[in-house]
Design a binder for this molecule. Structure first.
Ligand SMILES: N[C@@H](CCC(=O)N[C@@H](CS)C(=O)NCC(=O)O)C(=O)O
Length: 179
């Protein structure tokens, strides 16, 4: 979405993670996706780095104009929330605790987002920022683990915010391009 918003053309190469292409491992030995190789040969190996790079080229909607809160929210998402999200999604692989426990732990982040979105339209204020775009795909995953639970959860404000991104023109466009 950041690349598209910045108007940067990319060639998308789908990767089979069970059979990683030699070229991928040659330019990025850690072997995770996404990876972006620039025309000058530089390689960006983290999605957040790719987003920041793209928006530094062009940022028509001022996604980078948020304060430091955007960075700390993204960190909370990437470290703690993602940890519990993975366990909530694949609870059978983590039998130490029941699925409910992982959901409850993950929900601490949801409580924060819900409070923020009660005050403002977006996570860091009245304007969209990199925090919204970087975080909503993970909330989308969380919501789809147990749709029924999500629909009746206390996170309706988050749900409305999520829906506005899922139904947005930009998201629809980039999801089509990936197919
Ligand atoms: N923090 C990294 C995470 C990348 C990541 O873990 N990607 C997963 C797919 S969503 C992956 O490539 N896993 C490698 C594997 O399963 O071998 C980023 O956002 O770029």
């Amino acid at each position: 979405m950041a690349l598209c918003s910045a108007g940067i053309a990319v060639e998308i190469r789908e990767v089979d993670l069970k059979n990683k292409p030699v070229h991928l491992l040659a330019i990025s030995p850690k072997g995770t996706v996404p990876v972006l190789q620039l025309v000058n040969g530089d390689v960006l190996e983290e999605s957040l780095v790719i987003m920041n790079w793209a928006l530094t080229q062009a940022d028509p909607e001022h996604w980078l104009n948020a304060n430091d809160e955007a960075e700390s929210l993204i960190k909370w998402n990437d470290v703690e929330f993602k940890y519990y999200l993975d366990r909530y999604k694949y609870a059978d692989r983590y039998p130490e605790f029941p699925q409910d426990y992982y959901r409850q732990q993950a929900a601490r982040f949801l409580i924060e987002l819900n409070e923020r979105l009660k005050r403002n339209r977006y996570l860091c204020g009245q304007q969209i920022s990199i925090a919204d775009v970087g975080i909503f795909p993970f909330i989308r995953q969380f919501a789809s683990v147990d749709r029924e639970w999500w629909q009746d959860s206390p996170f309706q404000v988050v749900n409305n915010w999520l829906q506005s991104f899922v139904e947005s023109e930009l998201f629809t466009l980039v999801m089509k391009q990936q197919r």
